[in-house]
Design a protein around this ligand. Structure first.
Ligand code: ZN
Length: 391
């Protein structure tokens, strides 16, 4: 539930043991299968600023019996605590109420990291069982659409424990009311995603990537400073040169910023620095550490784009890589903390897309699987051990 909906909480009707048993039976008997929920756009708010989320948070409304549709009406009148999505009492519909790149106030200090969904609070076991099944599918589909695994799936309670600024414990009590636990929900989502593996909670960062490497070094470079133009629809301005830095502002396409003679490489990006009008030191991602100007850069130096020098990180590029070790794990994220979802064997090849990240002593390369998932393999170690070769 959102931060102020506690007052709306009403005393719950008494639940009989029979009802709980029926809920369990209904949940177990419910068929698995394709998507059944309807996704309906019903935007009620532009949110409270930019959002570049890396986690999904599950809430319950704490409004027993109040429909998701009624929540869309409520948020249309007052969008202060509108959340990105809200699911109907019986799971039949998910209303998309705030765009996922817009900030919602739903988990205290974790707002800047998270997309949220409210589950309307069902008051009977049959509705709950249907909603549970649809919520599992929706959460799985949502994680998949972002290239995330269950390490990015949090309850409001977990989000509150992680970032603070909130004392809510939902949806634990709601699930418990019908004999379910939050861990069972995560397990069901993992099973739906096909891995069955509940990944440990991911380290805090801003973008589904890896935590800033401890080897991040800042460099003074007199050729780096100058005026840059924003080359993307929106570019986050952060309080530190890392995806875990708090987003405090944004640049839009065509706007310019004058960067210092300083840069660092962190989270797979080259970061530039400037001082805001208000006197604060701010950081922006310039682009990937490709070693030079790249058309995908977020900031392009005004007047000298094509010859712009750029620090390189791994010196690797997109293309076919051959496995030269016995077995190589395929993971759902760039780090050994992510689940192993497949493996390659000596002599097999994989086409990597050119994104490489150094994390935990390994250099990770990325590709998209036939099923559309983002996958990572360690192409070698940061200290030079070779697991793959080009060709
Ligand atoms: Zn909540």
């Amino acid at each position: 539930m959102t931060e102020t909906s506690a007052e709306a909480k009403r005393k719950l009707p008494m639940r009989s043991v029979l009802a709980v048993v029926l809920a369990l039976v209904a949940a177990l008997a419910a068929p698995c299968g394709a998507e059944a929920y309807q996704s309906v756009d019903k935007y009620v708010s532009g949110g409270h600023g930019y959002l570049n989320a890396s986690y999904l948070v599950i809430h319950e409304t704490a409004n027993p019996g109040a429909s998701a549709y009624n929540h869309t009406l409520l948020w249309s009148r007052d969008d202060t605590y509108a959340v990105h999505h809200v699911m109907e009492l019986d799971g039949s519909t998910v209303y998309n109420t705030v765009a996922e790149n817009r900030l919602c106030w739903h988990v205290g200090n974790g707002n800047g990291y998270t997309i949220g969904i409210e589950l309307a609070h069902a008051t009977n076991a049959a509705d709950f069982a249907k909603q549970w099944n649809e919520a599992v599918k929706w959460a799985g589909d949502e994680l998949r659409s972002h290239g995330w695994d269950t390490s990015r799936l949090l309850s409001h309670y977990e989000a509150a424990q992680r970032w603070g600024g909130s004392d809510h414990t939902d949806p634990n009590g709601y699930f418990r009311q019908y004999g379910k636990t939050w861990y069972e929900f995560k397990q069901a989502v993992a099973a739906y995603l096909g891995s069955g593996y509940v990944a440990p909670i991911a380290p805090t960062d801003g973008n589904g990537g890896t935590v800033a490497s401890s080897t991040t070094t800042a460099k003074t470079d007199t050729s780096f400073g100058g005026t840059y133009r924003c080359n993307t629809g929106r570019l986050n301005v952060r309080t530190s040169p890392s995806l875990s830095g708090t987003v405090v502002a944004g640049y839009s396409y065509g706007q310019t910023v004058t960067l210092d003679n300083w840069y660092c490489i962190s989270n797979g990006y080259v970061w530039g620095r400037y001082t805001s009008y208000s006197g604060y030191t701010r950081y922006v991602a310039v682009g990937k550490p490709t070693g030079g100007y790249d058309p995908n850069d977020y900031l392009v130096r005004v007047g000298a784009a094509a010859s712009q020098a750029r620090p390189a990180s791994t010196g690797r590029s997109a293309g076919r890589y051959r496995i030269v070790v016995g077995t190589l794990n395929v993971r759902s994220g760039a780090g050994t903390g992510y689940g192993v979802v497949a493996s390659y064997h000596r002599g097999q090849t994989v086409n990597l897309d050119g994104t490489f990240v150094t994390s935990g002593g390994y250099v990770w390369g990325r590709y998209t699987s036939y099923s559309g998932h983002t996958r990572w393999i360690a192409v070698g170690t940061a200290s030079g051990a070779v697991y793959t070769q080009r060709g």
